[in-house]
Design a protein around this ligand. Structure first.
Ligand code: 4AD
Ligand code: MG
Length: 445
């Protein structure tokens, strides 16, 4: 009896008869010899059907398989360095084969298609090698995030997705009708995290978050996954120290587990191998000075205009990229202008025009992957900030309460999963980092 195996573990079955269950990825027809690339979700194996070794009907069944037909293949595993596949180096000499369903003509051919076409076919595109590699890396990133936090005593406390008020920025809210009342999809779980630390000390939430970003960029999605740790008795310095260990652990887990996938993606792994704590730290003031000095050295007027910046401006993608290029690892930019950031950020003592915030910028132009800060913990100051930005204090009564019952200095951050995947995989656009991207003009499939 052949052993039912997963292709990812094929190396363990050298010389044995096995059965794999999967789909026909691609084929080469040499008349009397058929090379079938069969994938099963864990890998891709070359399966060889040799006419003279097989009953007529089995050989014909192999020939009749169309791209993406589902199939059961039985055969002998043999080591062969030249055999293509993932992992390569082994092939299956077919002894029996049974089609489960003969696929209709498959819309995605092994050739170049336009990206909009592929996004329309996302439900099928996921089967392609590159997408397979990306989403396996994504799964490891998520797994590592959870394990890293769980192992260090952070308690997962889930936060709601349906919320009565803005968590970040009132301009990017998705509003829904909650039995006649307006409600919003969560932009962040942070405000609830701040309540949860009062019960658990250090917590995290990890879920989908929503931003109605009315722009098309390669870094923005409408629905993205964010992990948000929040810690009582935590400072900005503590936050940076934690983040650099956390991000280094994520990169290192991907390097440990996914050399094959990174090779499929043609990722320059040397750029990932340098990602180790400590990361660089510069203040917003210094970042602006460095940008202004850089502009001085540039002749191209378009580039000059793109990088133009005055103190107080928030950074755009070109600024983030230019700053990151000055360093060989991720760089923390801290103490942003208070006016450019969310209402809950603690002002710097003696200099309230800047706040105790920090963004982590990834190398190679991937931009901000984390945003965080110390939070205002004084009730009066928080009330004042809520008034200043003109949001209704009624919705924040519970949030203000937290400052009345044992308020403590605290801090937290959010890491965007998709931007992290884009960076680690070296992808030009964020749309391939999530199984089903939600973008300005895309809600399908
Ligand atoms: O900087 P942001 O907006 O921070 C917050 O939401 C805080 N409440 C987090 C916290 O302190 N607990 O978002 C955090 C991260 C960004 O650095 C980015 O990686 C990602 O979330 N992000 C997006 N990713 C994809 N598409 C979007 N539209 C994103 N907006 C933010
Ligand atoms: Mg941010």
């Amino acid at each position: 009896m052949a052993t039912l195996i997963q292709i990812g573990e094929i190396a363990q079955y050298d010389g044995q008869e096995v059965t794999v269950r999967g789909w026909l990825y691609n084929r080469t027809d040499k008349g009397r010899l058929q090379f079938l690339l069969v994938r099963d979700g864990t890998g891709i194996a070359q399966c060889v059907a040799f006419k003279k070794d097989l009953p007529e009907d089995v050989f014909e069944a192999a020939r009749a398989l169309t791209q993406e037909s589902s199939v059961l293949v039985t055969g002998m595993v043999r080591g062969d360095e030249r055999a293509p596949g993932y992992p390569g180096g082994y092939e299956i000499g077919i002894t029996n084969l049974e089609a489960i369903q003969i696929a209709d003509e498959y819309p995605i051919q092994p050739k170049d298609h336009g990206v909009e076409f592929l996004m329309d076919q996302r439900h099928l595109w996921l089967r392609s090698l590159r997408q397979w590699a990306i989403l396996r890396i994504r799964a490891t990133i998520i797994h590592t995030i959870r394990n890293w936090l769980d192992d260090r005593g952070y308690i997962l406390v889930d936060t709601p997705i349906l919320t009565p008020a803005a968590g970040e920025n009132t301009t990017t809210l998705f509003e829904i009708d909650y039995f006649g009342e307006p409600a919003y999809l969560a932009q962040t779980g942070q405000l609830y995290n701040e309540a949860n630390i009062g019960a658990f000390g250090k917590v995290y939430c990890f879920g989908p978050t929503f931003r109605a970003e009315k722009s098309k960029t390669r870094r923005h999605l409408m629905e993205f996954w964010m992990v948000e740790p929040e810690m009582a008795f935590f400072s900005l310095e503590d936050l940076m120290a934690m983040e650099e260990e956390f991000v280094s652990a994520i990169v290192s887990a991907v390097l440990d587990k996914h050399r094959m996938e990174l090779e499929i993606l043609e990722r320059d792994v040397a750029r990932l191998e340098t990602i180790k704590a400590p990361f660089h730290r510069i203040s917003y003031d210094e970042a602006v000075e460095r940008l202004q000095a850089l502009i001085e050295e540039i002749d191209d007027p378009e580039r000059k205009a793109e990088l133009a910046i005055a103190w107080g401006d928030d950074f755009g993608a070109p600024h983030e990229t230019a700053i990151a290029e000055m360093f060989d690892r991720p760089v923390f930019v801290y103490h942003y202008p208070t006016a450019a950031k969310a209402f809950y950020m603690q002002p710097v003592e003696g200099r309230p025009d800047v706040c105790r915030s920090v963004d982590l910028l990834a190398p190679e132009g991937y931009g901000e992957i984390t945003g965080g800060s110390e939070r205002i913990y004084d009730a009066e100051l928080l009330r004042q900030r809520i008034d200043e930005i003109g949001i209704s204090p009624d919705n924040y009564k519970w949030y203000l309460d937290l400052r009345q019952y044992g308020s403590v200095p605290h801090a937290g951050f959010g890491l965007g999963v998709e931007r992290t995947v884009a960076w680690i995989c070296g992808l030009p656009h964020i749309r391939e980092t999530i199984p089903y991207a939600r973008m300005l003009n895309r809600l399908y499939p």
